[in-house]
Design a binder for this molecule. Structure first.
Ligand SMILES: NC(=O)c1ccc[n+]([C@@H]2O[C@H](COP(=O)([O-])OP(=O)(O)OC[C@H]3O[C@@H](n4cnc5c(N)ncnc54)[C@H](O)[C@@H]3O)[C@@H](O)[C@H]2O)c1
Length: 358
């Protein structure tokens, strides 16, 4: 049975990958400091090491329980706006933690590493789909921290033979179609959960930042990938590492505007979404859409759930059923008897604004 170490596996995207690995018969160890993650998002069989990835002793303990076929690295601070206010914290934690994890992989002879990277690496994004070879110029300290880890992985391969897949996500969205896993950040900054919460009357009217962009309806356009498709992309990329390191942009090639997302939520929830138009935010590109041909053709990735209706439907189902996110009882307990009790003190903070994609 293949064993995997997943950093940040109790978070939103990581927990969907952990679920997939377990379903495929893998044995998974998660290292997560639970700053944004949830024990309840993990199957009972998964060992959780509650520690920071900068903790070398905790990493050594984890690796000594190996060997691991691969390491998946999700753990990071990931709010673009926050990184503009706290640049050195982002560089210290994301770069320091990432390098510590890579170093531990090398010392413990791990040969495959998959990184959650970001579209925030690209500079002037224009209007067309962004390919892997587009100009790199990170838009924030957050994006810079991911780029440094990408570069460190290049040298870890060249000098130590640690092969890596750098997956530059555009926007992860939606929830596990069976309704057991969902998106539960505090604060929540992603558009789709915020629009859904607004429709459900759980937060004040939404502010749409700008309706005078050069897009069809004037609002910003983003590329949304269903989180379960994103999890599958990790397995496709992992197979590539048998022969070489790879870098892939991970989106669908199709963008949806903020107003299109609002309309989709209104249709699916049957409720009106109150919103007002605010000023543009500095640094928001009009359009951010991935060219996803490379991962499809090279790694045989075929997304199945990535249409806006399915994304919004699955996200709406989970959020409507779990007003307190994982603080609400009975998420994985129903599907997996024996899951640890949930922490009833953890609720969702409401009232934050849409701060943009990470
Ligand atoms: N969600 C998106 O749309 C998106 C887009 C681009 C890139 N990404 C990247 O994908 C990854 C996962 O995103 P997500 O939305 O699931 O985020 P998330 O915050 O839900 O998950 C990250 C997890 O890592 C843990 N963590 C953070 N720092 C840690 C540390 N130093 N040590 C141990 N654990 C730590 C958190 O507790 C959390 O469980 C992140 O690296 C993010 O930058 C996400």
């Amino acid at each position: 049975m293949a064993r995997y170490l997943v950093s940040g596996g109790a978070g939103y995207v990581g927990s969907h990958l952990v679920d997939l690995l377990v379903r495929q018969g893998g044995e998974v160890v998660v290292i997560d400091n639970l700053r944004q993650g949830h024990r309840a998002a993990l199957p009972h069989a998964v060992e959780l090491i509650e520690a920071d990835i900068a903790d070398t002793d905790a990493l050594d303990d984890a690796f000594e329980s190996g060997p691991f076929h691969a390491v998946f690295h999700f753990a990071a601070l990931s709010l673009v706006g926050e990184s503009m206010r706290q640049p050195l914290r982002y560089l210290r934690e994301n770069v320091g933690g990432g390098l510590t994890l890579i170093d531990a992989c090398i010392r413990h002879n791990v040969k495959r590493f998959v990184l959650s990277s970001t579209a925030n690496l690209f500079s002037d994004t224009g209007t067309g789909p962004i390919a892997e070879h587009a100009t790199i110029a990170p838009g924030s300290p957050y994006g810079e921290s991911k780029l440094i880890i990408e570069r460190a992985l290049h040298w870890a391969d060249t000098c130590h033979g640690l092969r890596s897949a750098c997956l530059r996500y555009f926007n992860a969205a939606g929830s596990d179609p069976e309704g057991r896993l969902g998106e539960d950040h505090d604060p929540e900054t992603h558009l789709i959960p915020l629009v859904i919460d607004t429709a459900l009357g759980r937060r004040p009217p939404l502010t749409v930042f700008g309706d005078d962009y050069p897009t069809a309806d004037g609002t910003c356009v983003r590329d949304y990938v269903h989180v379960s498709d994103l999890a599958h992309a990790h397995l496709c990329a992992l197979r590539q590492l048998d022969t070489r390191s790879v870098t892939y942009n991970l989106g669908t090639g199709e963008g949806f505007s903020v107003l299109q997302v609002i309309k989709a939520v209104e249709q699916i929830s049957g409720r009106r979404v109150p919103y007002r138009i605010g000023a543009r935010r500095p640094g928001d590109p009009a359009t951010l859409v991935a060219a996803s041909t490379l991962i499809r053709t090279e790694a045989n990735w075929h997304p199945k759930l990535t249409d806006l209706t399915t994304i919004v439907k699955t996200a709406h189902t989970w959020r409507a059923a779990h007003p307190l996110g994982y603080g609400d009882r009975g998420v994985l307990e129903e599907a997996r008897p024996g899951a640890l009790p949930l922490d009833p003190t953890k609720g969702r903070a409401l009232g934050t604004q849409y701060l943009g994609a990470s």
